[in-house]
Write a protein that binds this ligand. Structure first.
Ligand code: FAD
Length: 384
């Protein structure tokens, strides 16, 4: 960890410098091979950028959500994909806020030093996506151990992690108290060898997601994070950070699409003038720019609220919704501005088009965000 920054501009210049060493052809090569961007992640880890949210007392950068969000935005704006490593930034928040003193002092310095990777967060199951409370993976007590059984799916970066946070049922489902009886466990992946298995899910873009099988994985008593049965609250708590950071990636994607399309459209000529001199080309890009800027303001508001220690639920959800929609608008405007070249692998944009779509659905779909706002902010009835 070599983090030394004086202000935000220095920080962004340093991140840009790293991103600049991993140009488009690096990402295209990985995309073709389905390979993980290990060198890129190693560089960010070495420089300390992935541990900036860990307090200084544990060896982290001790910075806030505002800085973290700008870093992820910058990564995606450069053409890279922060999804390869973003969880390292926020998954540890569950441990930081709800873990025991022993868990914090044992793991956080190792994560901050880049020795231990906490990149995997296992909630989704084949029969429980948006409706988290219907998960059926269980953890039962057996003497002083916990025994974890079940199956998770779409769990990203399991193979690139040393630790995985897992949400499991510690009490049978009760329709009257749906979110009660769920608990969070910190699984040491190497320690679970033999009973923990996974298979990679082939996807339309280069993302490392797995179906994970827990075949009576035996965990020590101290693997439980926080209080038994209260895990749903801890997960929700971490989701605000996740939404703000994912919004930042979408803002970065939007800026990438607009920047790349504006550059191309300023150079290519049709009918004796540049593409960009046609308002039919420039106005959609300008409109998308306004949408991305609006999303950025909402994201800043959410990040600042988070850093003040407020509960930024509505701001974080608004930022995630607006940013993923703005990125989609920018992608459509960019394809129309660039034309056929947008589809060529060599140009690079088609890879980003595939990657950016995810953010409307995961980690939470925009319909569920709207449901949150309708129910929790406008106090309208919920459909479920
Ligand atoms: C590439 C990728 C990586 C992922 N990584 C992880 C990970 O690391 N860890 C993890 O736990 N999960 C992960 N996920 C899972 C992700 O969080 C879920 O896909 C997401 O929460 C949506 O769940 P679902 O896909 O089961 O959709 P479903 O719940 O089946 O819903 C399908 C669609 O229906 C809509 N819908 C559902 N219910 C309602 C409703 N009540 N009202 C209106 N609309 C509704 C939603 O908009 C949704 O788009 C990942 C997914 C992908 C694709």
């Amino acid at each position: 960890m070599t983090l030394e920054i004086n202000d935000t501009k220095d920080m962004l210049r340093a991140v840009q410098h790293i991103c600049g060493s991993f140009p488009d052809d690096y990402w295209s090569r990985l995309d073709a091979d389905g390979a993980y961007p290990q060198e890129f992640v190693d560089e960010l880890t070495r420089a300390g950028w992935l541990s900036i949210l860990i307090p200084e007392e544990y060896g982290g950068g001790g910075l806030g959500m505002t800085e973290a969000s700008l870093i992820l935005e910058e990564i995606n704006k450069s053409g890279a994909n922060a999804a390869a490593c973003h969880a390292q930034m926020y998954v540890m928040g569950t441990l930081l806020r709800h873990g025991s003193a022993t868990q914090r002092s044992h793991w956080l310095p190792k994560i901050a030093a880049g020795e231990t990777r906490l990149q995997a967060f296992a909630v989704t199951e084949p029969d429980a996506g948006s409706d988290t409370t219907r998960i059926s993976t269980t953890a039962r007590r057996d003497g002083s151990s916990w025994v974890l059984s079940g199956q998770k799916t779409f769990i990203s970066r399991v193979e690139q992690s040393d630790l995985m946070l897992v949400l499991a049922r510690t009490r049978p489902y009760d329709a009257g108290r749906r979110s009660h009886g769920l608990s969070v466990f910190l699984v040491d992946i190497a320690g679970a060898r033999g009973t923990l298995h996974w298979t990679k899910i082939p996807l339309m873009f280069n993302h490392h997601s797995y179906t994970v099988y827990f075949d009576d994985v035996r965990l020590p008593e101290e693997a439980l994070v926080g209080q038994q049965d209260n895990g749903f609250r801890y997960i929700l708590d971490g989701m605000n950070a996740e939404r703000i950071l994912v919004a930042s990636e979408a803002i970065g994607d939007g800026r990438y699409f607009i920047g790349r399309a504006a550059e191309y459209a300023s150079q290519r000529e049709t009918f004796g003038k540049t593409l960009a001199s046609n308002q039919g080309v420039s106005f959609p890009l300008a409109h998308a720019y306004a949408s991305v800027e609006a999303a950025s303001l909402a994201r800043n508001q959410a990040a600042e609220a988070f850093d003040r220690g407020e509960s930024p639920g509505s701001h974080a959800n608004i930022a995630k919704l607006l940013a993923s929609e703005a990125s989609g608008e920018a992608a459509r405007a960019a394809v129309r501005a660039v034309g056929g070249m947008a589809f060529s692998v060599e140009f690079g944009m088609e890879r980003k088009l595939r990657e950016a779509q995810l953010l409307e659905i995961a980690p939470v779909s925009n319909n569920l965000v709207l449901s949150y706002l309708a129910h929790n902010v406008l106090h309208l009835p919920r459909s479920f």
